[in-house]
Every structure is written in structure tokens, then in C-alpha cells.
Design a protein around this ligand. Structure first.
Ligand code: ZN
Length: 726
């Protein structure tokens, strides 16, 4: 069943009068009835433009959206202190490659307009899942919007609107409840894609750990006092890179798939329990990203795809070239199947942790946040001998990326083509390509041994190419602590940061923290500044080291600044907010053309079938059914919380009812033009009949919106012939 479509709309979030009464009474008394916290969850569609817009992640200029694998969402939880409900924080898990400063700042502005100073930069975290198959153009710094031809308003608006709606839902759902914590090991869902860099870490340090990636999944289970479970958020590190660099369907990759599978699982559980319609509510399952830097979901490892031989260990090359060294997922080369398999492994682990969770979080809700300028930060390194006091002072550098950045990784060889100069087909690159800044000797020395490819931190034309001011944030629910970093920490970098913070909390926390305190990293949160490796990994200059923007001491700078935040949290002090990051929204250049005209050939209309399902055909589970229709550009209307494609089933009253939509893993919506400037376009609905599909009579139904010349948007739809599934 298309659960979300047919049975899980937010309209069912009704609150009974008695519940409302007890809630109001509990607020009036200043405490919850039985719960330890107030909790609220929300979820909203953030899919965005499903055509023509470059995908964010691989920086491949030809990877433009052309349909939907499944929809993207913003999933939110809010947790508040029942004694003082203004003490609260918001955590948003976003199906996007990463967070963005301008998205975060705009959401904060919207929240301020709506709720005053209840929400601010300090207590709102927006964290990307790192799917590489979402629409791009929503970041503010130049380097991250080259291949999307600059800023893309529709991508940006879809994210801001969806995040805001998801937070509003969570805010309005806030009710007495409790939070359970659980943790377990998940094997077979990540491996290290830069083991040669990991091996450069000290052997004594490596000996402390069994694996070269973190295998722990940490899960929060949210329980409403009256209604029972309302959701789960989990953190686990693995890249969102199954859907490869040529994929054109919007997809949440493995984390999005895991979320969808878990939400379906819970919905089916409610069905099996015979939950009443009025008792139904949205169950939100979110799979959050962690210290993802050197992880890959391609667990079969990388090989030279022409020969099947291992790639060069240090350089991930085949005969000196990177293009043929490709990481393989469990169903390689079927990326869709790999996405589902690794999504399913994460979902199953999360369901186990959910079912067996018993440790109830108690204690303070708290948060600390500071903006820190990473371009020239003095960092006092720890002393090598404890008697000496402090170690030497070093400094970070203005951002720059190294040569290996252009090579990409075994998850997707790079395509920025800076060295070859990709200035033929990209007008945005033409506009800015001549502006490359030669680094000074001081800058070169600061970044050593990284050879500088692009001196992004010292380039400001037409506006800043890379961030220098970064948001750092710590969130706390009792004995559970989230470190929000605007970057992709490698495995060992993440371990060092978590350990440093935990040590401070335990030492200075006056008994509030202990060795059993759980600290997780939420990667790609609030902003984006590429990678963070350890000093030792940096020396090797793999892709992650070349993308560590602020030089060899970047990680030490993070540890120093997070130690300050943790100290302030432990002893109950406030922190200086630091310099504000720039808001470059008003300066953005957007070169992607909008939709000019949709049309159809003579004698056909929008929605007419081009290729039909064979009539009277009969199918079984596992078969693929498809039909194509005359269509129009999906950018005319994003159909947010709606669908471009439906599988409908004939019910016993002779009516068609929806069973699968855009948001289902079994259904794909594919869109194309016959040629690039043609006003004609086609949509194909492709349905792979799931094992659990009920037998019956079905049809495929396409919905769209066309832009005729000089007249308003025109909505249309069309249906295929009927077919039987036995
Ligand atoms: Zn990444």
C-alpha cells in the first residue's frame, strides 16, 4: 500500500478534547502529567523541481533531474523541558546533500516571524542526510553552485518551505512524552573508502577500535504518553551515494529508503493492531547522517570495472586513471536495488533498537551554539608531555581545496573538470572561470602538504566561494549529546571529537555526565564546509584530505572550539555567539532558465497516452508495468505533498483508489524531452509490482501542469489501460 498517501496524512493528527484538557492542566501546573519531556514530531515534502535542475553532490554538470525515484522530506523532532517549555530544541533531518547557510538563516527568519524569539540559531539544527540525488542550487557559496548554473530559487524555496512546515507540525504536536535511547552495532552498511589514509593514524589509536568505520547506530525512540510511539531518529555514518553520478531521478538514497521502509513498517503494525482511524497519526522515522567522511555504502569495495582487478590502494586508480575504479554496492550495478538493500539493513537495525529500547532519558534539555571564523584561528595543540602545560600554537588557513578534490572518490569520480577547464557548456563557469585566484606563498605554506587547486577562501568575486564562519552546536537531552558539525568528519576525526567533548563533560559536569553518556555527531548540519580529516590523514591527501578546507589543523580547531562549548554546557555558562556568517541571498546569480512553453504535437493533448500497457494483460509480483504520456515540465507545479504518478486499484464499489504514488520505492516517475529545446515532453510511469501487492485490476494515472504560451498554468491528467495483477 502507498501508506503515506492513503493512510498517514497529517489531517489525521486530531487531538481529543480530554487529551487537550489534561495537556492544558499539565501546562498550568508547570509540569507534565507523566512524561519527562514535551515531544513533538513533524514531516513535510521537500522534493523540489523534478526536471532540468542539476543534482547536488557529484558536481556532474550533465546530471540534471528528470523525474522521481521517491520523494524527499524534512523530518523534525522538538523536545522541550516540561517545567519550562521555552527550554527546547529543534532537530530537522533533511533529505538533501547537506545543510546550507542561507536555508538555515531563512528558516530562522521565518520562525522568528511566527514564534518570536522561541527559536534561534542556538536551538535549531538542520542536518542533511547526504543523498546525492536532490536538486541543487540552494547553497550560497560559489563553489557549491557552479554546476547548477548558480542559485536555483525553486530548490531553495522547496527546502525552506518544507523545513518550516515540518517544524510547525512538530511545534503544534508538542505533548507530554518521553525519549528512550538505544544503541547497537550494524555491520554490512558501510566500509572505509580511503583506508590508506586511515592507516596513517597512529597504530596505538587504531588498536583501540575493531573497525576502520564506526558501526554503531544510535537511536532515539519518541513516546507520547497517551498515544505511544510517534517516531524514531537514528544516527549512522554511511554515504548517500548509491544512486550514481548519472542518475537523474530525485531520490533519498539509502537513508531516505530506510525512513520510508520504517514508516511503512509502523503503519502496517498499526493496521495489524487494528488501530482506529481517529487513533492514527504520522509516525516519523528519520535516518540521520553522522561522521560520514571516509565511509561508503558500496560495501563490496571498489575494483577496476574493466578488468575486475583491485584498484591501486593509495590512489584508487586503474592504470593511473580514476574513472574506472568504482565502488560496488550489494546489488552492483543495480543502484536502485543497492539503495533498497542498504536502506533495509539500516531500517531493520533501527526497528530492532526501537523494539528493544528501554533506557529512558532523564535530565536537562540544553544547547550551546557559536559561530567561529575558521580562516585564521589560533589553535593551541595539546602538549605531548603532560607536565609541560600547553603544546605549540598553530593556525588554520583561509579555505582552499587541493588537487585530489577534482579526482572525486570511488563513489563517483570527480567531474568539476577545473584542470581541463569545463568552460564550454556552462555559462556560470564562463562568468566566473577567469576569476581564479593565485594563492600567496603564505597560503601555500599554511596548507602544506596540500597542493592548492582552488584558493576558495580568498575568492570573493562575484561573491564568496567558500565559508569562513562556521556554526558549531551542541544539543543535549539528559545523558544524550548531539554534536552538530557543518562538515563531513572522517571516522577517526569523529572519534577524536566525540572523545574530547565527552571527557570535558564528565570532568566538569558536576556528576551530570558519566562514562555512559552517549555522544553522537550530526554531520552536514546548519552549513556546509566539506571534509574534516585527522592531521595524519591530511598528510596522505586523499579526496577527504584535499577537501579539508582550513589546513592540517582543521580538526584541532574543531576540538578546541567544541571543548569551549562543552565546558560552558557542563558548568552552565552562556557562550559568546561570535561573528555572524554572511547572508548572501540577495547577491545570488541565477542562470538556469525557467520554463518558457509546454506544448504537444498536433492531434494529441497533455495526458494522452503514448505507449500503453498492453490491454487485457495480466501480471504477477516482480513484473514491471509501464506507460508513457504526453506531459509538461514538472517545474510548473512541484506537486508538493501530492503526486505526478499513481497506481490505482479498482475497488469493489467500482471506484479507483490510490495505492502507490511518487513516494513509493516500487514506482518511478520518469520525465524527458525528445530534445533539449523542444516544448514537447513525455512522462513514463514505471511500476515494479511488489511481492505484497494485492491481486486485482489496476491502472497507471499521470498528473501534470502545463505552461501554454501567454496563458495560465493548465492542469491535466491521463490514465493507462487497465491491467490485472494475479
Ligand atoms: Zn560526502
Amino acid at each position: 500500500m502507498g501508506r503515506r498517501h492513503s493512510s498517514c496524512s497529517t489531517a489525521q493528527l486530531s487531538i481529543s478534547p480530554s487529551l487537550l484538557f489534561s495537556f492544558v492542566i499539565s501546562l498550568a501546573l508547570g509540569k507534565a502529567v507523566a512524561g519527562d519531556y514535551l515531544i513533538g514530531l513533524g514531516s513535510y515534502d521537500t522534493t523540489g523541481p523534478a526536471a532540468d535542475v542539476n543534482m547536488m553532490g557529484y558536481a556532474n554538470p550533465s546530471q540534471n533531474a528528470a523525474g522521481i525515484h521517491f520523494r524527499l522530506r524534512a523530518r523534525t523532532f522538538i523536545v522541550a523541558d516540561p517545567e519550562n517549555s521555552r527550554t527546547r530544541f529543534v532537530f530537522v533531518n533533511l533529505d538533501a546533500c547537506m545543510a546550507s547557510d542561507i536555508v538555515t538563516l531563512t528558516v530562522l527568519d521565518r520562525l522568528k516571524g511566527r514564534y518570536g524569539d522561541l527559536y534561534s540559531q542556538s536551538n535549531v539544527a538542520i542536518s542533511g542526510t547526504h543523498t546525492h540525488s536532490g536538486p541543487g542550487g540552494y547553497l550560497q557559496y560559489v563553489l557549491y553552485i557552479v554546476t547548477s548554473l548558480g542559485f536555483v530559487r525553486q530548490s531553495f524555496d522547496a527546502l525552506v518551505d518544507g523545513i518550516e512546515s515540518s517544524i510547525i507540525q512538530a511545534h503544534e504536536n508538542l505533548r507530554p512524552g518521553s525519549v528512550l535511547l538505544n544503541k547497537g552495532e550494524l555491520l554490512g552498511a558501510n566500509i572505509n573508502r580511503s583506508p590508506s589514509a586511515y592507516l596513517n593514524n597512529p597504530s596505538e589509536e587504531r588498536a583501540l577500535y575493531q573497525y576502520d568505520t564506526d558501526k554503531d547506530m544510535t537511536l532515539l525512540k519518541f513516546l507520547d504518553d497517551e498515544r505511544g510511539p510517534v517516531g524514531a531518529f537514528s544516527w549512522f555514518a554511511t554515504h548517500g551515494t548509491f544512486m550514481n553520478r548519472s542518475n537523474q531521478l530525485i531520490s533519498g538514497d539509502n537513508k531516505g529508503a530506510a525512513a520510508r521502509l520504517m514508516e511503512d513498517w509502523y503503519s502496517e503494525k498499526l493496521d495489524a493492531d487494528g488501530a482506529m482511524f481517529t487513533d492514527r497519526r504520522t509516525f516519523v522515522a528519520a535516518f540521520c547522517q553522522s561522521n560520514v567522511g571516509d565511509t561508503t555504502p558500496n560495501v563490496l569495495g571498489a575494483v577496476c570495472i574493466d578488468t575486475g582487478l583491485p584498484c591501486d590502494f593509495n590512489h584508487s586508480t586503474c592504470n593511473g586513471k580514476n574513472e574506472l575504479c568504482i565502488g560496488r554496492g550489494p546489488a552492483f550495478p543495480d543502484d536502485f536495488a543497492s539503495t533498497t538493500i542498504i536502506g533495509d539493513r539500516q531500517f531493520k537495525k533501527a526497528a530492532d533498537l526501537f523494539n528493544s529500547a528501554s533506557e529512558k532519558l532523564v535530565g536537562k534539555i540544553d544547547f550551546r551554539h557559536a559561530y567561529v571564523d575558521f580562516s585564521s584561528l589560533t589553535v593551541i595543540l595539546p602538549s605531548t608531555s603532560p607536565q609541560d602545560g600547553n603544546g605549540p600554537a598553530v593556525t588554520t588557513c583561509p579555505a582552499a581545496v587541493g588537487f585530489s578534490f577534482a579526482a572525486g572518490t570511488t563513489d563517483g569520480p570527480g567531474a568539476f573538470n577545473f584542470v581541463q577547464g569545463d568552460n564550454q557548456g556552462n555559462p556560470f563557469w564562463k562568468l566566473i572561470g577567469g576569476l581564479l585566484h593565485p594563492p600567496t606563498q603564505e597560503q601555500k605554506d599554511c596548507h602544506k602538504p596540500k597542493p592548492i587547486l582552488i584558493d576558495t577562501g580568498e575568492m570573493y568575486v562575484p561573491y564568496a566561494w567558500a565559508p569562513s564562519v562556521l556554526p558549531l552546536q551542541i544539543l543535549r537531552i539528559g545523558d544524550f549529546v548531539i554534536l552538530c558539525v557543518p562538515s563531513e568528519f572522517t571516522t577517526m576525526a569523529g572519534r577524536r571529537l566525540r572523545q574530547a567533548v565527552k571527557t570535558v563533560l564528565v570532568e566538569k559536569g558536576n556528576g551530570e555526565f558519566s562514562n555512559s553518556t552517549v555522544v553522537v555527531i550530526a554531520g552536514l548540519t546548519n552549513s556546509y564546509s566539506q571534509y574534516v580529516t585527522t592531521f595524519e590523514e591530511y598528510q596522505v591527501q586523499r579526496y577527504e584530505g584535499a577537501s579539508t578546507l582550513y589546513g592540517p589543523h582543521t580538526l584541532s580547531a574543531y576540538i578546541q572550539e567544541f571543548t569551549k562549548l562543552a565546558t560552558a554546557m557542563a558548568i552552565g555558562e552562556i557562550v559568546d555567539q561570535g561573528p555572524s556568517p554572511p547572508n548572501l541571498l540577495g547577491k545570488q546569480i541565477a542562470l538556469l532558465p525557467g520554463v518558457i512553453l509546454d506544448d504537444t504535437p498536433d492531434n494529441v493533448s497533455f495526458g494522452d497516452v503514448i505507449t500503453n500497457v498492453p490491454s487485457h494483460a495480466s501480471y504477477k509480483a516482480g513484473d514491471v508495468v509501464a506507460a508513457s504520456f504526453w506531459s509538461a515540465d514538472p517545474r510548473n507545479d512541484l506537486f508538493t505533498e501530492k503526486t505526478f504518478a499513481l497506481v490505482e486499484q479498482l475497488d469493489k464499489n467500482g471506484r479507483w483508489s490510490p495505492v502507490y504514488d511518487d513516494n513509493d520505492l516500487s514506482l518511478r516517475f520518469l520525465w524527458s524531452r525528445p530534445e533539449s529545446l523542444s516544448p514537447y515532453s513525455q512522462a513514463t510511469i514505471r511500476w515494479e509490482i511488489p511481492e505484497n501487492s494485492s491481486p486485482g485490476t489496476f491502472r497507471l494515472h499521470h498528473f501534470g501542469a502545463a505552461r501554454p504560451l501567454l496563458s495560465p498554468i493548465k492542469y491535466f491528467n491521463g490514465t493507462s489501460s487497465t491491467f490485472v495483477v494475479s
